[in-house]
Design a protein around this ligand. Structure first.
Ligand code: CA
Length: 147
């Protein structure tokens, strides 16, 4: 089973009212009791969410419970993503609402997307030098399979 299918399974289980979105209470239930019922607590995803959550609170320097451009930059660096300020600006613009900071739920979306896209890219980056060659349809498949 691919990571995408796995994540989709976890997501569907957490989305108790089948709205296609995780409402705050659903996410909170998953995060607070750690059950991800009916899934095992030792799942890979739980490990990721915990470490993303730790990084979030470490990087939220002003304790605003949201992260700014500067804080996101620190987050991505601490998660070992080597990206430019322009890219961090793009993420900040896309995932913050009305110029506010990035909330935890959107931050998790960024982490999931970064993780999945980076995995897919690395599989094609055979020399591990940050360059990959792909066909148009391969690119489309990667983008659509991670949405
Ligand atoms: Ca903050």
């Amino acid at each position: 089973m691919s990571l995408h299918d796995q994540l989709w399974g976890y997501f569907s289980a957490a989305d108790s009212n089948r709205s296609g979105q995780l409402e705050a209470h659903e996410l909170q239930r998953c995060l607070s009791n750690g059950s991800w019922a009916p899934f095992d607590i030792s799942t890979t995803l739980w490990g990721y969410v915990q470490s993303w959550s730790n990084v979030f609170y470490e990087c939220d320097r002003n304790r605003s419970h949201s992260i700014s451009f500067k804080e996101l930059k620190r987050v991505l660096k601490s998660l070992q993503y080597n990206v430019s300020d322009n890219f961090v600006s793009l993420l900040t613009y896309k995932y913050s609402h009305y110029g506010q900071e990035i909330r935890f739920d959107h931050y998790v979306e960024i982490c999931v997307a970064m993780h999945m896209l980076t995995d897919q890219f690395r599989a094609l980056d055979t020399n591990q030098n940050g360059y990959a060659t792909m066909q148009y349809e391969q690119f489309l498949s990667i983008m659509f399979s991670t949405r």
